[in-house]
Design a protein around this ligand. Structure first.
Ligand code: ADP
Length: 484
């Protein structure tokens, strides 16, 4: 079906996620006018290992792009393209042919655990943390690259000879969109938010760092040129039309932007399988403590904005466990009415530390527990305790962030699947003592990429204009006695 859009134009957001590729057309009012989505293959070659096929990612991404373009009535309707992506995942390809030389190693992949341990034992973590704001963890890209070079000496030699190119997924998509081969003039770029997740980028000097390159054994020749999050990088050929590609940010940073968190102290939480919290901390890099990460939120017009980031490993997944593990409920959506059917948890507390505890505790060996059970405990109490646990964990991270950044938090903006639960958001507001504002548009990540791209080409004039586009789906205000 083709929509009638007359002369209307759209910004197209490419949202390259961990399990699917999506393309969304955003109109000038910030509404989603068309979407297309397709999943791609996950590879688990060994326990704890996760790989993607970068060529498949490109094919699927291009398919959904074409689908979305058809839905809006042609490529001449696109004012600009923005990209947001799964972060940290590593792609290595041949500079000449443009073909990947190894499967993409996904952020979830734990194959470089031993390398991280080795580097920690050698006392390198403090330096890495100081320069990058991150931790020595397999999650980030650099040790995946170290692993590749240690296990494939041929790739190490070819990289040293300048024959290979490294990039995160944003980099790979920009390479492909700008031609895909050296002969076609393909561009080797990465945006600064993605660079800040590699462990190779110094967030203070805002450049690839020689000490880090030496530590991880990475030749400078394979690295992309770092660009800002909002500027015209190049024109992509879509059919026979040239379209500017003009906005890029990693998924969580894009969501922060899509949620309109433009002032220091503004924060967002995405309640999904886990929780992803980011707080805008302004123009100076924060010194992260309590297991929080410091990262680059975006760069626009030469100004860099920083963020603190923290995550909860098990949030909505605790609700899935009640459903699938205990079979206490049939659907996640039942939990709201069940939780509201009792005045409190009856003294039950649930710590869903199934995979250890993240920030601010960092106890990987911690495990879950349920305490305070009595003969009177019902499933409603357990469900309520599980929802409250999501809010308590969020509260712990927000507390650590506010303390670290020394910033007042005006409100918490929220999105994600579990944010549809009114009980959870009311309890969250009560616990934080600030309003919790739910976005009407769930696709805040894609929206952020669209906003960044649209700003660069004048589709929207300013962040102030974008802020007026935000569609709210309710604000939950604190309503609990201080003593409680
Ligand atoms: P992800 O992107 O991490 O896959 P989503 O944003 O799609 O996650 O959210 C899905 C998660 O939200 C699941 O873990 C599910 O248990 C939880 N969830 C969905 N609806 C509700 C609800 N009404 N109440 C509580 N949790 C919910």
């Amino acid at each position: 079906m083709t929509m009638r859009t007359d002369g209307e134009k759209f910004v197209l957001a490419l949202d390259q996620g961990t399990t699917s590729c999506r393309a969304l057309a955003v109109d000038v009012k910030g509404r989603i006018a068309a979407t297309a989505q397709r999943e791609f293959t996950q590879f688990y070659p060994r326990p704890g290992w996760v790989e993607h096929d970068a060529s498949e990612i490109w094919t699927v991404q291009k398919d959904v792009l074409d689908d979305a373009v058809r839905k809006i009535g042609g490529a001449d309707k696109i004012a600009a393209i923005g990209i947001t992506n799964q972060r940290e995942t590593l792609v290595l390809w041949d500079r000449q042919t443009g073909e990947p030389v190894h499967p993409a190693i996904v952020w979830q992949c734990r194959r470089s655990t031993a390398i991280c341990e080795r580097l920690k034992e050698a006392g390198h973590e403090a330096m890495v943390r100081e320069k990058t704001g991150l931790l020595l963890d397999p999650y980030f890209s650099a040790t995946k690259l170290t692993w590749l070079f240690e296990n494939h000496p041929d790739l190490r030699d070819r990289a040293a000879a300048g024959e290979l190119l490294f990039g995160t997924i944003d980099s790979w998509l920009m390479w492909k969109l700008s031609g895909g081969t050296r002969d076609a003039g393909a561009r080797h770029l990465t945006d600064i938010t993605n660079a800040s997740r590699t462990l190779l980028f110094n967030i203070h000097t805002r450049a690839w760092d020689d000490d880090l390159l030496a530590l991880f054994g990475v030749p400078r020749a394979i690295l992309p040129t770092v660009v800002s999050s909002s500027e015209t990088y190049f024109e992509a050929r879509i059919g026979d039309v040239s379209v500017p590609v003009s906005g890029v940010a990693g998924d969580q940073q894009a969501a922060l932007f899509g949620q309109g968190c433009y002032a220091p102290g503004d924060a967002k939480n995405t309640y999904g399988t886990g929780c992803f919290l980011l707080m805008n901390t302004g123009a100076t890099p924060p010194t992260p403590e309590h297991g929080l990460l410091a990262t680059i939120a975006w760069e626009i017009d030469g100004t860099v904005t920083y963020a603190l980031e923290g995550s909860v490993f098990v949030a909505g997944a605790a609700i899935q466990w009640l459903r699938d593990g205990l079979q206490l409920i049939a659907k996640a959506s039942e939990t709201q009415a069940l939780a509201e059917s009792v005045p409190d948890t009856g003294g039950v507390y649930f710590v869903p530390a199934f995979t250890g505890l993240g920030a601010p505790y960092w106890q990987p060996d911690a495990r879950g527990m349920i305490t305070g059970l009595t003969r009177g405990t019902t499933r409603a109490h357990l469900v309520r305790a599980a929802l409250e646990a999501i809010a308590y964990q969020t509260r712990d991270i927000i507390g650590a962030m506010a303390q670290t950044a020394n910033l007042p938090l005006p409100r918490l903006r929220v999105d994600g699947g579990a944010a549809s639960n009114d009980f959870l958001l009311q309890f969250q507001a009560d616990l934080l003592g600030i309003p919790v504002a739910r976005s009407a548009i769930q696709e805040t990540t894609a929206l952020g990429a669209a906003f960044l791209a649209g700003l660069a080409v004048g589709f929207w004039k300013s962040r102030d204009e974008i802020a007026t586009l935000r569609q709210s789906d309710g604000t939950f205000t604190p309503d609990m006695a201080e003593t409680e």
